[in-house]
Design a protein around this ligand. Structure first.
Ligand code: NOJ
Length: 485
């Protein structure tokens, strides 16, 4: 495969602005790429069940085959190496490792072996594995047994045992662990909006589940640091979602407050207990009252300071306008309306193939500084990327080895990375950047309609054949330019 990057040059003054050990690569998640949902002893996850309910997924699809990464893992690692990636962030499917999920349930050695081989192959190719323990795919059996994360005690015991097994089996080679991916977004989508599995609509459950995630994350970190870190010398963190919220009317104090509240409901909900003062933001307590659980002293002790870095997934920016009365639709986001244009009619950014996502590097620039100022913890960017308007409709590549042109995605990487570089020059500590995603993949409730990859996947082909997109080579070029030699 040959590539001639046709990408605009970066500003010369940003050259070498990222430290030599800066980590960059690609991110994926098991449920979105692996397929092979019932092969070699894997048990079902809540997504396997949820997607069979009519009307839940935009294109009626399931992740049963996804991108066939369970079989194409070796080819995928070779491709990642060709793209120049230094690291690969992927998640483990809990129900592939412990099919029924529980602390007393049997281990599926074939599942352990699959990940172990993948880890070896990555290391052999000079690609550092970053492993997420939980990327939204709870074993179905735990949901059926006790309601999954709604039962803090039983769930935490099961999650601890699963995490311990992963540290025991993979921790000799994996030095970067992430407990949860984006708990905020998924918890809202799962328990407030009913959009994600298991599809509940409730005004109390999101806060109960969020608390379970925080507390179980804390206990897993405590266990890792006590029993594994001294010998395995790795690190552990939680990765949080968060977009930027700008006041709809910059002169209206109520919108200024609403924009801050939106960030606190989305980011502060998890980041304040972990990286901040050890409790939920006051704005959340004021609106949610006793619906928001309280930390016991012990919970607070294990949660606060538990994460070795600030894991950051971020994509876009919105305008935030205050609402006068709390409604079901705005309650979980802090009683704020999210808009595409501000009061002057300025749009937040160019459209993509995904309704919530617009290219908005201006917001990303502000967000990096907001996180750094509020928490002062080294930032590990674990996800950022885009879909491209019209890309999903094709045209699909015509010949083997053809490179798909995606200038919009390359431009997004360039614009967002310029902000990373500028922030680093100012002293904001940023350690990594993982592009979402390595391959087009199954985008949860949006099915296969949102292509986020730097690799085109031909979903119609039995093998799920891959084709490089130009942005993969652009990204490599950007990092060659930005990282100090
Ligand atoms: C965040 C999630 O972690 C990932 O699963 C999803 O595909 C991307 N954002 C894009 O929406």
């Amino acid at each position: 495969m040959t590539a001639e990057p046709q990408v605009p040059p970066f500003y010369t003054k940003l050259q070498g602005s990222l430290p030599p050990d800066f980590t960059w690569g690609y991110a994926t998640a098991a449920a979105q790429i692996e397929g092979a949902w019932d092969e070699d002893g894997r048990g079902p996850s809540i997504w396997d069940t949820f997607t069979r309910l009519p009307g839940k997924i935009k294109d009626g699809s399931t992740p049963s085959d996804a991108c066939n990464a369970y079989h194409l893992w070796k080819e995928d690692v070779a491709r990642m190496k060709e793209y120049g990636a230094r690291a690969y962030r992927f998640s483990l499917s809990w129900s592939r490792i412990i099919p029924l999920g529980g602390e007393a349930d049997p281990i599926n050695e074939a599942g352990v072996e699959f990940y172990s081989t993948l880890i070896d192959e990555l290391i052999r190719n000079g690609i550092t594995p970053w492993v997420t323990l939980y990327h939204w795919d709870l074993p179905q059996a735990l949901y059926e047994r006790y309601g999954g994360m709604l039962n803090k005690q039983r769930y935490t015991a099961d999650f601890l045992r699963y995490a311990r097994l992963c540290f025991e089996r993979f921790g000799d080679r994996v030095k970067y662990w992430i407990t949860y991916n984006k708990p905020g977004l998924t918890t809202r989508a799962k328990y407030a909006q009913g959009r994600n599995a298991p599809g509940h609509v409730s005004d109390t459950e999101p806060w109960i589940v969020g608390h379970t995630e925080l507390v179980s994350h804390g206990y897993v970190c405590e266990m890792y640091k006590r029993d594994f870190q001294p010998t395995q010398t790795g690190c552990i963190m939680i990765t949080l979602d968060g977009n930027w919220y700008e006041p709809w009317d910059e002169k209206d104090p109520r919108d200024i407050e609403a924009a801050e509240r939106a960030k606190e409901f989305e980011i502060g909900w998890f980041a304040d207990p972990v990286h901040g003062k050890g409790d939920y933001p006051a704005s959340m307590r004021a609106q949610l009252g006793n619906r928001l659980p309280r930390f016991t002293e012990e919970e607070q002790r294990v949660v606060r300071g538990s994460s070795d870095g600030y894991g950051m997934n971020s994509y876009t920016a919105f305008y935030a306008r205050h609402l006068d009365g709390v409604s079901d639709r705005s309650d979980y986001r802090g009683n704020v309306e999210f808009l595409n244009e501000n009061s002057k009619g300025n749009p937040r950014g160019p459209e993509t193939d995904t309704h919530w996502l617009r290219m908005a590097p201006w917001g990303w620039a502000k967000l990096l500084r907001w996180i750094w100022a509020r928490y002062g913890v080294p930032i590990c960017i674990t996800e950022n990327g885009t879909t491209v308007k019209g890309e999903h409709e094709g045209p699909a590549p015509a010949a083997p080895g053809e490179i798909v042109e995606d200038p919009f995605r390359a431009e997004l990487f360039r614009a967002y990375l310029a902000e990373v570089a500028k922030a680093c020059q100012e002293g904001v500590v940023i350690k990594s950047y993982f592009a979402w995603s390595f391959v087009d993949n199954w985008e949860w409730a949006l099915g296969y309609t949102s292509r986020f990859g730097v690799t085109w996947v031909d979903y119609a082909s039995p093998q799920k054949t891959r084709y490089a997109k130009r942005s993969a080579y652009a990204l490599r070029e950007y990092f060659e330019f930005l990282i100090a030699q």
